[in-house]
Design a protein around this ligand. Structure first.
Ligand code: CAO
Length: 431
């Protein structure tokens, strides 16, 4: 025996004029008990309307865009006697605490997701427009979120009344994603947690200088965006050092003394002339290599306010004395905080020399969009085997970090070999 069952809108808590946003069945469809027939939406929540009978849909009385209230006839279902459910009122599938917050989800409930998904890379988070219906947000807010491609999940607190997600929450999320992606290049790496160190002992806070903050941001960006490799080697600078000492002996007391760094600058530029890919930058879209026909070298200078990188221009056209004077002038200006922005622009490769302090090796970070940086640590006398005996030689450690997207490992090694050749015999710089 068959029964014609009327499916009506149940008690939804004194709310009238509820929008029908979707109708999921049509006449002739077989439906099971509790199967969702339609999706309704108030300005506070969205809910699935389940069937209270299993059978065949005979007639539908609603369509998307209609407004319904408690008791409105939704559909008739022809059910056999065994398929008729006990005549109990239909209830929304999942109810929140109060009727005003009642929500029924069309999509599976995520385990314990944050309100707004941040685990994906920022770009993805923004581009993955999600149709999921969200709890605790009005349809207008959900629509706004969907338009921006923001995935709002349920079970979360917004800043609105009773934890509802409001428009400002969505806006703030988008703002946060944009800031994070600007700093992190879209890596989506979670921020470091804040730690209250005072619980372990006495502390004192000091604000970072502007230079330190900007350098930190830039270094993080480079670290996250560039696949970097550092290649270590050492070069015999015994002859170069003897020449440098001899040149300085000719200088008067007030003259600026030549440091080994100036020879390193010259050797580096000579190697760049030989290997143009080291005097290049990758275009922002990563599709093209831009070769530079000028040779400007950045020198990392340690100052009380942090690291700055003045640039020595057209190094290929300048001699050792001119470069010595310019290096002294720029590093003094740097330490006095008197460098102009133009003094720090247009570098092709940077040198970071810690040789005056010490060290045997380190891994400098490329000053992108440059493609390489040369690190220098302290030269020291070492016994070197010449085929017959050990002889004392002054060995200078060098560290070349390069952007592996542009420079292959073999190219890096060949470039370093060229730098070594020029430093090992500086007469070659004349050739
Ligand atoms: N091996 C042995 N001695 C070295 C040396 C080396 N590689 N490099 C420098 N020295 C010696 C110099 O000859 C000088 O000796 P004297 O006092 O006897 O003349 C002394 O160390 C100090 O040199 P310097 O560091 O003042 O001069 P420089 O031309 O070598 O370097 C500069 C100039 C501006 C690069 C340097 O002063 C500086 O600021 N270095 C720090 C850079 C930095 O912080 N890098 C880290 C960045 S993180 O990537």
């Amino acid at each position: 025996m068959a029964f014609l069952i009327e499916i009506k809108v149940p008690d939804v808590g004194n709310v009238a004029d509820i929008d029908v946003v979707d109708v999921l069945v049509k006449p002739g469809d077989e439906v099971s008990l509790e199967q969702t027939l339609a999706v309704l939406e108030t300005d506070k929540a969205s809910m699935d309307l389940p069937s209270s009978a299993a059978g065949t849909v005979q007639e539908l009385f609603i369509k998307p865009g209609d407004k319904v209230s408690e008791g409105t006839l939704i559909a008739t279902v022809l059910a056999s006697s065994e398929e008729v459910s006990v005549a109990k009122p239909q209830e929304p599938v999942q109810q929140a605490a109060g009727p005003a917050e009642t929500t029924v989800e069309k999509t599976p409930e995520p385990a314990s997701q944050p309100a707004i998904v941040t685990s994906e890379p920022a770009q993805e988070a923004l581009s993955s427009a999600v149709s999921a219906v969200a709890a605790h947000a009005t349809p207008a807010v959900r629509l706004f979120a969907r338009e921006l491609g923001v995935d709002i999940q349920k079970k979360t607190a917004g800043t609105g009344r009773k934890g509802r997600i409001v428009k400002d929450d969505v806006k703030n999320f988008v703002k946060k994603v944009m800031v994070e992606s600007a700093v992190q290049g879209g890596s989506g790496i979670p921020a470091m947690p804040a730690v209250d160190f005072s619980q372990f002992g006495e502390i004192e806070e000091q604000k970072l200088s502007k230079i330190k903050r900007l350098t930190g941001q830039n270094l993080s960006r480079v670290w996250l965006n560039l696949p970097m490799v550092t290649y270590h080697d050492e070069v015999d600078i015994t002859e170069m050092e003897a020449f440098r000492v001899a040149l300085n002996a000719e200088k008067s007391k007030d003259d600026v003394k030549i440091t080994g760094l100036v020879f390193i600058i010259k050797a580096l530029v000579a190697a760049m002339e030989q290997f143009p890919q080291f005097n290049a930058s990758l275009s922002a879209d990563g599709e093209r290599l831009i070769f530079k026909k000028y040779f400007n070298i950045g020198i990392a200078v340690d100052t009380p306010n942090g690291l700055v990188v003045p640039v020595l221009r057209d190094v290929n056209r300048k001699g050792v004395n001119e470069l010595t004077a310019e290096l002294a002038e720029k590093s003094n200006k740097a330490r006095l905080g008197k460098l102009m922005p133009a003094d720090m622009q247009g570098g092709c490769i940077t040198i970071s020399s810690l040789g005056g302090i010490g060290g045997t090796a380190f891994t400098p970070i490329v000053n992108a969009p440059e493609v390489a940086i040369l690190g220098v640590t302290r030269a020291k006398m070492q016994p070197v085997w010449n085929g017959k005996e050990f002889i004392p030689r002054l060995m200078l450690p060098l560290d070349l970090t390069y952007d592996h997207r542009v420079i292959d490992g073999a190219e890096g090694a060949r470039f370093m070999a060229a730098v070594k050749q020029y430093l090992g015999d500086i007469r070659r710089l004349l050739l």
